[in-house]
Write a protein that binds this ligand. Structure first.
Ligand SMILES: [Zn+2]
Length: 272
């Protein structure tokens, strides 16, 4: 019976997936032809990662890869996004569902201390990868996604949302930069520190960016998006990626294995 349920769920999701276009095809400047402008900005994950990585000293291509794979966690929705996996994962894939929600999208529940520890763990993992050569950018991109969500997926008192319902009851409000700019600034500081390449970073431009964010009125979503775009335009070169090929290179099995390893590494910050 469970098998039949699972097959029915997979069949309907396959049909749904076939007609949904991943957002990178119209919303990621690194995936579009040079003359095509994205329809609108994607602030929190994709554009912030691209821009902070560049300010931290990474090339356009490296920054674009990190941003692409960060956003892939939401873009390749059937495979990796929290709302979709929460539905189909209920049909016998609880382990995968747990890793997608509680690890990749930081919907792990817990109080401020738990949240602080998760942010520290993820930042340390990103920093360690940043210091060593030859790390897969999809893995670093996924870790940056989890770091961003460890800030965004907290409620007004600073507790993490849990993996059962996510932030269903607060809608998309927690994901919008302009609603909680202070929290966003904490996130970009942590990301910049983790990604910084000491000889190539541009701290002056980074603090200009933070001033732009501070000057945007709280709650004004468009003003915060404009600040992020303005900073993105600070760099004239924009790498072009083969985004369909990159998307196809990700496998659920490898992602699942990676998230299992990441989870096993949590709570070890401070140990040597
Ligand atoms: Zn997420």
């Amino acid at each position: 019976m469970t098998y039949l349920f699972r097959m029915a769920a997979l069949a309907s999701l396959t049909a749904l997936a076939a007609c949904s276009t991943p957002g990178y095809r119209s919303l990621n400047p690194n995936c579009l032809e040079a003359h095509v402008q994205p329809k609108y900005q994607r602030d929190g994950h994709q554009d912030t990662t691209y821009m902070v990585a560049r300010l931290a000293g990474h090339s356009s291509e490296d920054a674009a890869l990190l941003a692409f794979f960060n956003q892939a966690a939401d873009d390749l929705a059937m495979r990796y996004a929290a709302p979709q996996v929460s539905v189909w994962g209920t049909f016998g894939a609880w382990g995968y569902r747990h890793r997608i929600n509680a690890v990749l999208h930081s919907l792990h529940g817990g109080d401020q201390a738990v949240v602080a520890q998760r942010r520290l763990d993820l930042a340390n993992m990103i920093e360690a990868r940043n210091r060593s050569e030859g790390q897969a950018s999809w893995q670093t991109g996924f870790l940056i996604h989890a770091l961003g969500d460890s800030y965004a997926h907290t409620d007004p008192v600073g507790h993490a949302y849990g993996e059962t319902y996510g932030h269903l009851f607060d809608g998309h409000a927690p994901d919008l930069v302009g609603n909680r700019p202070g929290l966003y600034l904490d996130y970009v500081d942590a990301l910049f520190d983790a990604l910084e390449l000491d000889t190539a970073s541009d701290r002056e431009a980074f603090s200009r960016f933070k001033t732009l964010i501070r000057n945007a009125p709280e709650g004004d979503i468009a003003a915060h998006r404009a600040a992020i775009t303005e900073m993105r335009d600070y760099y004239p070169d924009t790498a072009r990626l083969e985004c369909d090929a990159l998307a196809a290179s990700l496998s659920m099995r490898e992602v699942s294995r990676f998230l299992r390893d990441v989870e096993a590494g949590f709570g070890r910050s401070g140990e040597s």
